[in-house]
Write a protein that binds this ligand. Structure first.
Ligand code: ZN
Length: 287
């Protein structure tokens, strides 16, 4: 889940840090969701599939296989964070720390489970010819074929692929993800939730690092949040993205200490004509 806060901190931030504040309409805001680029976890125990909630559904599928049922394996058995199912030597890390004389310690793949994180009994359980460790090795794109027809898993996979994360592995550790990838995983997790509206989403440069086609799809998803009755606030420099918004607040006139004032605001067509805005000519060209 993305960082979620009560309304009071929102007011705090607005009043203390930026000297701005929300003057009206707060009664319509139920949630504040900051979709930032902070890591989704600080250890390799957190990964794409655990964070998005997808792994819960995958583990349920494995627990539902005939062999797992005969052995009374619960979904928890297929978590590398639970003692029964994981490798006892590396405790589900897949790696062990090797102390070297006179040299910094290094991480090496666990020689007992060979990096799979699980014990042999857990790995004997297969679904469609793959065990749980092999599933975590799948990319999002490959998992879409593997889990086709499994609606609960596909709900996560579809969104992850749509916003340009098809190349990530399901078990890709949080520690290997870039800030942009972490942000998109948070957004995908948020998008697969049932939308009840009345939330404010804040995103910092969500399209950075994306190819134009992926950026366009991401903007469509953000538009979907708006259509569902939410408000999306995006800090953005990409003119392609900026042309698609309902309202622009152009901060400037320069960067850093030379900026911070509202130079222009309005619908894209109005800001594109604003005098004194360094953004205007670029916006006009993009429109
Ligand atoms: Zn191990």
């Amino acid at each position: 889940m993305a960082e979620e806060e009560d309304i009071d901190p929102l007011l705090d931030v607005a009043q203390n840090e930026t000297e701005g504040r929300i003057v009206a309409g707060m009664e319509h805001v139920r949630r504040l969701v900051r979709v930032d680029q902070k890591p989704i976890g600080r250890t390799p125990r957190s990964n794409l599939s655990t964070y998005s909630g997808m792994f819960d559904h995958v583990r349920r599928i494995f627990a539902d296989t005939p062999l797992a049922r005969r052995r009374h394996y619960s979904p928890g058995r297929f978590s590398f964070n639970v003692a029964q199912g994981r490798c006892p030597v590396c405790e589900g890390e897949g790696y062990v720390m090797v102390e070297l004389l006179f040299l910094p310690s290094v991480f090496a793949p666990c020689s007992t489970c060979h990096g799979s994180r699980y014990n042999p009994q857990t790995l004997e359980v297969e679904w469609n010819g793959r065990n749980i460790a092999q599933v975590l090795e799948l990319t999002v794109d490959d998992a879409c074929d593997f889990f086709a027809g499994e609606a609960s898993v596909m709900r996560s996979l579809d969104v992850l692929r749509e916003i340009g994360l098809g190349y990530l592995r399901l078990g890709q550790p949080a520690t290997e993800l870039s800030g942009g990838e972490a942000q998109r995983i948070k957004l995908a997790t948020e998008l697969q939730r049932a939308q009840r509206g009345n939330a404010i989403y804040i995103l910092d440069e969500p399209t950075s690092g994306l190819q134009p086609s992926d950026a366009d799809r991401l903007m469509q998803h953000l538009q979907g949040l708006v259509d569902a009755g939410n408000t999306v606030v995006v800090v953005e420099h990409d003119m392609r993205a900026i042309t698609q918004v309902d309202w622009i607040i152009d901060l400037g006139p320069g960067a850093g200490e030379d900026g911070g004032r509202i130079v222009a605001s309005g619908v894209p067509g109005v800001v594109a004509e604003a005098e004194g805005s360094l953004t205007a000519p670029y916006l006009k060209a993009a429109l």
